[in-house]
Design a protein around this ligand. Sequence first.
Ligand SMILES: NC(=O)c1ccc[n+]([C@@H]2O[C@H](COP(=O)([O-])OP(=O)(O)OC[C@H]3O[C@@H](n4cnc5c(N)ncnc54)[C@H](O)[C@@H]3O)[C@@H](O)[C@H]2O)c1
Length: 357
Amino acid sequence: MANKHILIVPGDGIGQEVTAVGKKVLNKIAAKYSHTFTYDDALIGHIAIEATGNPLPDESLEKMRNSDAVLFGAVGHPKYDNDPSAKVRPEQGLLKMRKELGLYANIRPIKLFDELLGASSIKPEILKGADILFFRELTGDIYFGEKGRKNNGDTAFDVAEYSRYEVERIARKAFDAAKTRRKKLCSVDKANVLETSRLWRDVVQKVALEYPDVAVEYQFVDSTAMLLIKDPTRFDVVVTANLFGDILTDEASQIAGSMGMLASASIGDGTGVYEPIHGSAHDITGKGVANPLASILSAALLLDISFGMKEESETVINAVDKVLKAGYRTRDIADSTTPADKILGTERMGEEVLKFI
Ligand SMILES: NC(=O)c1ccc[n+]([C@@H]2O[C@H](COP(=O)([O-])OP(=O)(O)OC[C@H]3O[C@@H](n4cnc5c(N)ncnc54)[C@H](O)[C@@H]3O)[C@@H](O)[C@H]2O)c1
């Protein structure tokens, strides 16, 4: 029986719809296991800009620091996507949150539920058994370096930077995880071209000496992009820089059938943030069709990583598995063989998961 304070930060678009379902799942777990979870909520993204002019108001940041974990939705709005000149943008809130909370490791489990073998665009015989744990570095790289324009605005630059310390701490997290899994680690870089990648590889090679039982391989990001599709089962733990991780994990989402299935944890030394990997999906916002399973699986990661509640976390994952085995699908993971009465909207899908919990 534990007392925990959880901050719900839905953000924009379908973030609102899926996070509401994730919260219901946390509530159900609290009731089943006699925990006391208290909640508060906070603004971030477009919705925060509209209300306060700031994509991450100080009040939200303060609430994040004072909670035991954050269940996060997504940020983004088409208004900004189509206006590169906008000075205040929703993603600034996301980047500031990561930086201020020191969330340097983004952990993304990519595992295909057997029932969804047919939902992926990759052949089932290639996919079967794929189980990858991505570690994406989150507070360095080209996202946070100096950026600007020169030559009267006709030339633009973004500087990629990494320090030894930044690479070392994410590498250690990835090696620690590999030790508890199949003891394989793939470090992804572009060391043939980039100086930051050469430092990355040098540091990972040194950290590897402390983990003699983990088999390490080094791959370039371009060949990794190819291997993820050709032979996904060859990977166990993958560790990579911020930009490469951003792109590769979206690619790998196809292994899991849909963006709507993938959860992630962003952790550092303080409050952890748990969120689906998908964005605010304005093409389906307000239609009640968004897949809430990524948010539900994010809640499962929250229980496991921030609260150390392994059994509770497994209960949530098993409930998702059972819902899929019972044939229920949201539109994004349905195929031509799914009966119409098994295709559920966001809330109904959440209700089925609650029943199995
Ligand atoms: N972490 C974040 O907050 C985050 C991440 C990525 C994109 N974004 C933002 O989100 C906005 C939309 O970006 P995008 O379209 O490139 O990415 P997206 O992830 O929002 O959507 C990509 C596609 O996947 C579908 N999709 C995503 N999540 C789904 C779900 N749960 N259920 C069913 N279908 C789902 C969408 O309908 C869309 O067709 C942009 O403003 C972008 O900046 C935010």
